[in-house]
Design a binder for this molecule. Structure first.
Ligand code: ADP
Ligand code: MG
Length: 341
């Protein structure tokens, strides 16, 4: 019996969602085992990694001059090769360490990745001990993650709103028919909130505060019950800590631009869709995934603007890694959806 168990223990294949904001790893037979912000803290003098993921993110804005906190992915592509490789390697090591048999890995990448970026990702995964490394495009993985019939001759539309990008894809017969990608996502909303606070209240807030404001009070449509919260930062004039009460009405106004850019991209993408597939989408609706999909009222806003059935995926932050896991679990069946080398 012990012998039979070896296979399970040592050869667990892995699926990885390499996102601008978050990196997730799914291990076959175990589920999602890593779920960390895509952030690395490095000591500058000797280039040693100090922390990765949540721990590194918590250092943002709190480090001394010898430690640099880096987000290696920007707008859905690798911004810093070296650091990205360090991050991929160390996250994969956490799940591949001490294994006798080298696992197969499927890494989900934004569909805009270049050839050299693919190379970097493959190398990093191989260095981390993976035997065979496959890549899959993000919208395809998201579609599989929400259970869309990607292999059938029907059009399915998926909108994935991540940290740095919004990707809108139409999928049919295991391929991506049209793909619209804009460099606007959750980060852009944080940035506009940050600027709004500075302009309106002379209040300098950090990235974390801006994100918290977005999650707590931001919305894409007027709320039945408008809400408010306390924003904390530093007064730009007096230089001292200051708290200000803000409400959902002004924050909606602050993020209006990135939200309409997303809405416009969806409309554009619908215009680009071949008529037969557009008819399928009209009947079957559109699913939104990614953390940005959680913005209050975004589904309603898209429904109003497109007059199409729009639904928010269940657990939108994990759709992509779960979809990549589907390919891993049924490799022969879904091999055709993987990216060619
Ligand atoms: P990526 O694939 O680029 O790593 P994710 O799908 O992990 O991105 O989504 C991360 C984005 O989702 C971040 O910008 C984050 O602020 C945003 N987000 C997470 N939860 C919420 C929420 N409740 N409301 C609005 N935005 C959210
Ligand atoms: Mg993503």
């Amino acid at each position: 019996m012990a012998f039979l168990n070896f296979g399970k223990i040592f050869a667990s294949d892995i699926a990885m969602d390499l996102g601008t904001a978050n990196t997730l790893v799914y291990v076959k037979g175990r589920g999602i085992v890593v779920r960390e912000p895509s952030v690395v803290a490095i000591r500058k003098d000797d280039n040693r990694v100090v922390a990765i993921g949540r721990e590194a993110r918590d250092m943002l804005g709190k480090t001394h001059s010898n430690i640099e906190v880096i987000r290696p992915m920007r707008h859905g592509v690798i911004d810093d090769d070296e650091v990205a490789e360090i991050m991929i390697r160390s996250l994969l090591r956490q799940v591949t360490a001490n294994r006798i048999m080298r696992p197969r890995a499927i890494v989900c990448v934004p569909s805009g990745v270049t050839k050299s970026e693919k190379r970097i990702i493959r190398d990093a995964a191989e260095h981390a001990g993976c035997r065979e490394v496959h890549l899959i495009a993000e919208p395809m993985a998201a579609a599989l993650g929400v259970g869309l019939p990607v292999g059938e001759a029907v059009g399915s539309m998926i909108i994935d709103i991540g940290g740095g990008t919004t990707e809108i894809a139409v999928i049919s017969l295991s391929g991506i028919v049209t793909d619209t990608s804009i460099r606007v996502g959750g980060d852009e909303m944080d940035e506009t909130i940050l600027q709004f606070m500075r302009r309106t209240y002379n209040l300098l807030i950090g990235d974390r505060m801006a994100e918290e404001i977005k999650r707590m009070v931001a919305s894409a449509v007027p709320l039945e019950q408008e809400v408010s919260m306390i924003a904390k930062g530093r007064d730009l004039v007096a230089g001292i800590p200051k708290s200000i009460e803000i409400n959902s009405v002004e924050i909606r106004e602050a993020i209006a631009e990135p939200v309409s850019q997303i809405v416009d991209a969806v409309k554009l993408s619908l215009e680009k869709t071949p008529p037969m597939l557009a008819a399928d989408i009209r009947d079957r609706g559109i699913i939104i995934t990614g953390g940005g999909a959680l913005l209050k009222g975004l589904d309603q806003r898209l429904r109003e603007e497109t007059s199409l059935p729009i639904s928010l995926a269940e657990d939108p932050l994990t759709c992509v890694v779960r979809g990549t896991g589907v390919v891993l679990d049924h490799f022969e069946k879904y091999e055709s959806v993987l990216l060619k080398h």
